[in-house]
Design a binder for this molecule. Structure first.
Ligand SMILES: Nc1ncnc2c1ncn2[C@@H]1O[C@H](COP(=O)(O)OP(=O)(O)OP(=O)(O)O)[C@@H](O)[C@H]1O
Ligand SMILES: [Mg+2]
Length: 231
């Protein structure tokens, strides 16, 4: 469903990704792993068109989207939850969802309710400004917001980073449900090995902007792979 080939990305003169290849088949869950600063977020931003690719190709669902603006990629079915649980802090929870739903051009209002069903903890706070939610609730809102556009692939950047443990489990369970029961393809940047091992069909390890290892999820138990991820 997603095929990235030879992706090159740079910030000005500083090149950060050097020919990255990555494939996420329909209905599968792929994990991107690696130490801090190796280029994981840069990769996801380039996949979504938030950053331009200097070289290489991004193909989604058979279409070359490499030069396509982000909003059109969203309309094609790519949903993005960026790192750092960003929400529209000044808007209410309900408006965060509504604004995104309207901007996406979606017609089916049911998507908002479905997203809230996945995170019932958000319902009592619908009229509260998002900036007043806890970090975990903001992350749930960020995921719900990506879902109201009814993506066929969900792209998440460290969705449980810095979040209180009780909500980490809820977020992991929600991702598992979306993947296993609703068949959503998922591209996940994840630091937690246990969660990655439980869910990943395939994983890719980046180091200094290069893919240094890839394999089936079960290989994450391998000592050599753990060595690549250790700080
Ligand atoms: N806006 C930017 N301008 C210049 N350099 C940047 C910018 N954003 C990131 N970088 C650099 O690009 C490299 C990759 O950063 P990136 O955020 O993609 O890493 P990451 O793997 O997501 O790290 P983390 O695990 O900390 O989230 C780093 O060396 C970083 O300093
Ligand atoms: Mg990052």
């Amino acid at each position: 469903m997603l095929e990235v080939t030879g992706l090159e990305v740079a910030y000005g003169r500083a090149q950060v990704l050097f020919g990255v290849d990555l494939a996420v088949p329909a209905g599968s869950l792929a994990c991107v792993m690696g130490r801090n600063g190796v280029g994981k977020t840069t990769l996801l931003n380039a996949v979504m068109g938030v950053l331009p690719a200097r070289g290489g190709r991004v193909v989604f669902d058979g279409r070359d989207v490499t030069r396509m603006p982000t909003h059109r990629r969203v309309r094609l079915g790519m949903g993005y939850v960026p790192q750092g649980h960003e929400t529209f802090a000044q808007l209410t929870v309900a408006d965060n969802l509504r604004v995104t739903w309207e901007a996406s051009g979606a017609k089916d209002r049911g998507a908002v309710d479905e997203a809230l069903d996945l995170f019932p903890r958000l319902r009592p706070f619908l009229k509260r400004r998002a900036g007043f939610l806890s970090g975990g609730q903001q992350q749930q809102l960020a995921i719900a917001r990506a879902l109201v556009t009814r993506p066929r692939m969900l792209i998440l950047d460290e969705p449980t980073e810095g979040i209180q443990p009780s909500i980490v489990t809820e977020i992991e369970d929600a991702i598992e449900l979306l993947h296993r029961e609703r068949g959503l393809a998922v591209l996940l940047v994840e630091q937690y090995l246990d969660f990655a091992m439980r869910l990943a069909d395939r994983f890719t390890v980046l180091d200094a902007g290069v893919v240094v290892h890839e394999g089936p999820g079960r290989d994450l138990a391998d000592e050599r792979v753990r060595g690549l991820l250790a700080v």
